[in-house]
Design a binder for this molecule. Structure first.
Ligand code: GLA
Length: 385
């Protein structure tokens, strides 16, 4: 939807004009999956798909919202003690407002319209995009003066506390700090970050969508997080030198294997290997060795599927099929898992050929059409109006 149409829709729904309009993108992640909440590194980038938030104060004392994507309205009763909604999408907004209200009780009556083109349930973080667009819009409207990092942390806290998904910081960080033409190497422990030019010349970044919505993801996600904490606790009680997962070697892990048990050991082994893979992948980028970078992506998929066990048959099918195609430099499942997309780096001009090779087989195997999103790396959260 164009901005003029969105303004018109806002006026229809709320009988006034928005004071602020923001846009915040979805994200991809090239490598470093399930490492953010394990104090590791990630390598995400913002993409061109975005969520827009239009906002204005109202005098009703309640928070009124309309989602153009869902064609649904939602309204709170008052604006204190916000209650979660069964509709789900309002919760990302309410969670952000709850975080801001801890410091700024001034937020009471607000009208919000949300719209956008970030595919939902595809693992590109439409939720983080919505949270970041909301916190940015409120920060602008009220002139709260929060830094981007503070807004990222509030958005993450909204998801952790209000929505109940104990996600790490990657998605909100990537959405807020994204920069066209660059990936972000983020140290999820110190929160230091570095932009790496990502020269996609000669390459296309394609998301191959299983069309499986990652509904299992939130409960299993929280379980993985707990398993890693259990494993890490055992490592720490055995090795005084271990401050974060980065200090853990495969040899140390091996020594703790019996006390951890197979499952927790495998989760930790994946994390240790993925941290090492990401460091090596950044060296590949600096050396402009994309072939080697891509091989590491296949390695990540294997680890996520066999050790971390967050893949599914559909993701494995697409990742395996990609590995057999010479046009694909690297591919792997992306995001939390249990559905969503495979991210593939494909030689420019070869995407149609790749799709012709994979899509019919996918349809035959699973009885659904594989979706495709061609992505470009774009800028982070911004004010439009
Ligand atoms: C989800 C979470 C992120 C991250 C990824 C897995 O997208 O929101 O914090 O943990 O899964 O890498």
């Amino acid at each position: 939807m164009e901005l003029a149409q969105l303004r018109q829709l806002f006026a229809e729904k709320f009988q006034q004009q928005p004071t602020v309009v923001t846009a915040s993108p979805g994200r991809i992640n090239l490598i470093g999956e399930h490492t953010d909440y394990n104090h590791g590194f990630v390598l995400p980038a913002a993409i061109q798909f975005k969520v827009c938030v239009l906002l204005a104060p109202n005098v009703t004392g309640s928070i009124r919202m309309y989602s153009a994507s869902h064609q649904q309205s939602f309204e709170t009763i008052g604006s204190a003690h916000l209650q979660a909604s069964d509709l789900q999408w309002p919760n990302y907004i309410l969670g952000v407002i709850e975080q801001l209200q801890k410091q700024h009780p001034v937020i009471n009556g607000i009208d919000l319209l949300i719209a956008g083109d970030v595919p939902v349930g595809a693992g590109v973080s439409s939720s983080a995009a919505l949270e970041c667009a909301t916190v940015f819009a409120l920060n602008e409207h009220f002139n709260f003066g929060h830094s981007k990092l503070e807004m990222v942390q509030m958005a993450q806290a909204a998801e952790n506390e209000f929505v109940g998904v104990k996600c790490g910081i990657m998605d909100q960080f990537a959405s807020m700090f994204g920069k066209a033409g660059h990936v972000i190497k983020l140290d999820c422990d110190s929160l230091e970050y570095e932009y790496f030019p990502f020269d996609a010349a000669g390459l296309e970044i394609v998301l191959l969508d299983t069309q499986v919505k990652h509904s299992l993801a939130s409960s299993e996600y929280n379980t993985r997080r707990k398993e890693c904490e259990t494993g890490f606790g055992i490592l720490q009680s055995n090795f005084a030198s271990v401050k974060t997962f980065r200090d853990v070697t495969e040899d140390m892990l091996q020594q703790c294997k019996d006390s951890m048990g197979e499952k927790v050991y495998n989760r930790c082994l994946y994390v240790v290997q993925e941290n090492a893979r990401l460091a090596a992948a950044c060296d590949d980028l600096l050396a402009n060795n994309l072939a080697s970078f891509g091989q590491r992506m296949f390695g990540t998929h294997h680890g996520l599927s066999k050790l971390y066990e967050v893949s599914c048959a559909e993701l494995d099918f697409i990742a395996d099929a990609c590995q057999q195609q010479p046009a694909v430099i690297g591919a792997r499942m992306m995001g939390g898992g249990f559905g969503g997309c495979v991210i593939a780096l494909v030689k420019a001009g070869e995407v149609d050929h790749l799709l012709a090779a994979i899509a019919p087989a996918y349809q035959q195997q699973f009885g659904v059409a594989m979706g495709v999103h061609r992505v470009a790396i774009g800028d982070g959260t911004r004010r439009i109006v």
